[in-house]
Design a binder for this molecule. Sequence first.
Ligand code: NAP
Length: 318
Amino acid sequence: MKVVIIGGSGHVGTYLVPRLVMGGHKVVNVSRGKAAPYQQHAAWAEVQTVTLDRASEEAAGVFGQHVRDLQPDVVIDMICFTLDSARQLVEALRGQVQHVLLCGTIWVHGPSVEVPTIETQPRRPFGEYGIQKAAIEAYLLGEARRTGFPATVLHPGHIVGPGWAPINPAGHVTPHVFTQLAHGEEVALPNLGLETLHHVHADDVAQAFLQALTHWSNAVGESFHVVSPAALTLRGYAEAMAAWFGQPARLRFVPWPQWRETVTEEEARLTWDHIAHSPNCSIAKAQRLLEYTPRYHSLEAVEEAVRWLIAHGVVKGL
Ligand SMILES: NC(=O)c1ccc[n+]([C@@H]2O[C@H](COP(=O)([O-])OP(=O)(O)OC[C@H]3O[C@@H](n4cnc5c(N)ncnc54)[C@H](OP(=O)(O)O)[C@@H]3O)[C@@H](O)[C@H]2O)c1
């Protein structure tokens, strides 16, 4: 099939585009031409690149039409962040495509109730990002059910891979936390360290998109969590990483109001966003309906990313 991927040269596209090409699809990547995939792959030689700025094209009201003009069988939208964006695309593609797969986020959930959270839990998002993604999901699944629009929404957790810093055991992205753990230095964690993170390797997100594409009849009109098999507590994550470095974990637990004073404003903002959500999502639906089989547990995904950070001198290993 001809697959147009919007935003295909980022974390997920790095893995998804080669998987699509190797699966025999004709792939068109729509992006501004600024980002390059994190890893080289011969498959990119077969990818057509169309340079468009979605923001300015949407402002002019022509983005959806330009995507439709590419005559896709399938559209994968990696970078839809507002309901208006989703509407523009749907209106342009209605009746023209076999499948539209959109990247959401587990932030559609807000705080958990029963864990692991399943897809049918009522949405209680907070923060503009999660609220918009939940509105997009509701709109697309509503369109699928009311009008037969062939939409699927995939909700990744914290995307991890070699080439960028993963969310660390303190809940932010400053790689120095890994260096501290590597050297047996003390690391302060907020509260009791029992709040959670739910990572996923970028290649497993790519796998889920491909599985949704090939399991069309199970995927249309549905949303799916795309995360590793299990979430991590901050404490367990810190202990496991210290052990991976061959060190004892020297952890200090500090109540949030004091802990936030020990880090930068941006680190505090990120950690708060992560621990306030404390995601813990089930993949049972994706396993059952899409035969999603993640290759990486959370720690394996993080270890691969940290190995890359060490090799590039960002994390100082021993
Ligand atoms: N990061 C996470 O941990 C995480 C977690 C859950 C969900 N998500 C979801 O994952 C999706 C992002 O996927 P990703 O992490 O693979 O993306 P990414 O690494 O941020 O890459 C973004 C892609 O979009 C292109 N792009 C950005 N702005 C554009 C514009 N105005 N017009 C056209 N192309 C544009 C970029 O290329 P150019 O720069 O060359 O344009 C690149 O190809 C989002 O929907 C996000 O909500 C992410």
